[in-house]
Structures are given as structure tokens and as C-alpha cells.
Design a protein around this ligand. Structure first.
Ligand code: SF4
Ligand code: SF4
Length: 301
């Protein structure tokens, strides 16, 4: 089973639009949205939830007013300012509580409970392109890396039970915890970048991350025609570091039009469809899912 993760150094490079197009083109796969902080693949795929479960991670303090004698010790020991008193009633602000358990240990009345915390929800859903595993963290919640690991486990389990040969993931932008959790043990990273100074800067950071994990990387330069010099610097970098250049996509308003229609651009009559199909073929090859191009294909390229 091959696991392909589409990533980008920063947001707004067209990563999710491309993932949706790949989801349309890929055969025999499970889809997985690992961008748990700001998931948006579901907007294009219109999933129907088949199974939903709470994501429980860590603990939070809760004061039992019936046992509390209002001594104020808990508020004085909380380093995060999460416990306040209003009219002499002590309560915990769940957004500020870091779950350190200090107040639980110090409360002389054993009035602070410490239940497990529900930090979000995850789903197994049906879409027109196949099964999608996805989630959403509750606002302000952390532990996105653990949620990503949970989604990947579920995606593997679904791929095994449905006899699928590939998991196609929409990763998070950047190089933070959820991205690291997405890439560990994957088969191929597909980095989507754009030829702007910030795009190149963030692309290099994500490329270094993949190199650190010794993960093969295929690169797509989106809107390549907007800045040929920056595009060349990305190409030179890929050549120098041995990354596969999977292809270029020109700037085209059809991408936005497809998005507004909640479609993958390859589902529309856009001329970009042909370009993206060729790029997907290169991605499949880089992932070991398709044979090398025949001499005829090379001649036609
Ligand atoms: S330490 Fe315990 S008893 Fe004292 S105010 Fe806090 S919860 Fe109430
Ligand atoms: S668990 Fe820690 S952070 Fe949360 S209220 Fe208690 S002392 Fe403060």
C-alpha cells in the first residue's frame, strides 16, 4: 500500500484544489484529509458521514461547586490563569486550561475532577470519489499531531479492508506538528509550490523536512507563468537536490470557477485537465504505482 501526502510550504498554493483533482483521477484509493486545523477538502467532495467519533485527547480540570470550600488555592497555583472566581465561585476556563493537573493535586477538598477532554470529531465518509477519512479539531485545541496519526491509522485500516492500493492525503501547510505526523512513514510527499519569494522560501523549508525524513518528494509548480525567474530557481533547486519535478500548472481562472462549483477542475471541460492528468501520471510513477513512460510517450512529451 502506498501513501501519498500532498503538502505545501504555506497556505494558498492550490494544494487542496490539486488534491481534489488527484482524488478524481486516482483509482483504487482511500482519501484522507490530514489538514485537521483547517480542513477544506470536504467542501469540494461533499461527504456523507457514515461513522463519526469524538477525538478524545488529554484532560481538563472541572471544579465541583458542591465540594469546593472557596479557599482559592487552586487559582493561586494555576500557572495559566485558568481558574477565576466570580462572586466567590471558582470555575475553570476550558480554553486556558492546559491540563497540567496541579490544581487537582493541591485542592484540599478533592473538589477538582479531571475528566478526559473531547478535542474534536472525526469521520469516515462516502464521497463521489470513494471513502474519505477526515476530522476537525475544536477551536483552540492542540494535539493535531495525534489526530493526524489517528486518521492515518483509520485510513490504513479502511484501505486494507477495502483492498485499496493507495491512500491519498491532503496534508497541512507549513512544517509544524501535523505535517511531521503526516509525513512519518509515508511513501511520497507531493509538494505544491508557487513562484513567489515567500512561496520559494517556504517550499525550501518543506523540502528540507522531507530530506530529514528521507522521504522522496515530487514537486509541482503552480501558477508557474507568473514569475519565470522564481520558477527556474525552484527547478534548479529540485535538480540540485534530486527531487522529481512532476510538472507545472499555469495560472488559470478555471481553478476558481471549479472551486465555486464545488468540483475538481478535472471534472470540468477546462484545458488544465490535460496538464493535471499528465502530472498525476508523474506522481504515480514517483510513488511506484505506474510504469516509466514508454518511448512513444517520451517522444510525444
Ligand atoms: S482548591 Fe479546591 S476547595 Fe479550594 S477553591 Fe479550588 S476547588 Fe475549591
Ligand atoms: S489543570 Fe493546570 S492549567 Fe488546568 S486549571 Fe488546573 S492548574 Fe490550571
Amino acid at each position: 500500500m502506498r501513501e501519498i501526502v500532498v503538502i505545501s510550504g504555506k497556505g494558498g498554493t492550490g494544494k487542496t484544489s490539486l488534491t481534489a483533482a488527484f482524488a478524481h483521477l486516482a483509482k483504487n484509493k482511500i482519501l484522507c484529509d490530514l489538514d485537521v486545523d483547517a480542513p477544506d477538502l470536504h467542501i469540494l467532495l461533499a461527504p456523507r458521514h457514515l461513522r463519526s467519533e469524538a477525538f478524545v485527547s488529554g484532560h481538563e480540570a472541572r471544579i465541583d461547586p458542591a465540594r469546593c470550600t472557596r479557599c482559592g488555592i487552586c487559582a493561586s497555583v494555576c500557572r495559566f490563569g485558568a481558574i477565576t472566581s466570580r462572586g466567590g465561585v471558582f470555575t475553570v476556563d476550558p480554553v486556558r486550561c492546559e491540563g497540567c493537573k496541579v490544581c487537582v493535586a493541591w485542592c484540599p477538598e478533592k473538589a477538582v475532577a479531571f475528566p478526559a477532554k473531547t478535542c474534536g470529531e472525526w469521520h469516515v465518509s462516502a464521497t463521489r470519489f470513494g471513502t474519505l477519512i477526515h476530522a476537525r479539531l475544536s477551536p483552540g485545541e492542540e494535539n493535531s499531531g495525534r489526530l493526524v496519526a489517528l486518521l492515518r491509522r483509520e485510513a490504513r485500516s479502511q484501505a486494507t479492508s477495502q483492498n485499496k492500493e493507495m491512500i491519498l492525503c491532503d496534508g497541512s501547510p507549513g512544517i509544524g506538528c501535523p505535517v511531521i505526523s503526516s509525513l512519518t512513514g509515508a511513501s511520497l510527499a507531493v509538494a505544491v509550490t508557487e513562484p513567489t519569494p515567500s512561496g520559494v522560501h517556504d517550499f525550501v523549508r518543506v523540502a528540507e523536512l522531507c530530506a530529514h525524513f528521507r522521504l522522496p518528494m515530487a514537486v509541482i509548480v503552480n501558477k508557474h507563468d507568473l514569475n519565470p525567474d522564481q520558477t527556474k530557481s525552484i527547478e534548479d533547486y529540485c535538480r540540485d537536490k534530486g527531487h522529481t519535478l512532476a510538472g507545472h500548472i499555469p495560472f488559470h481562472p478555471d481553478v476558481t470557477t471549479a472551486m465555486l462549483d464545488r468540483k475538481a477542475v478535472t471534472e470540468t471541460p477546462s484545458p488544465l485537465g490535460r496538464t493535471i492528468r499528465a502530472i498525476w501520471k508523474n506522481v504515480e510513477r514517483a510513488a511506484g504505482l505506474a510504469a516509466a513512460p514508454s518511448p512513444n510517450e517520451l517522444q510525444g512529451a
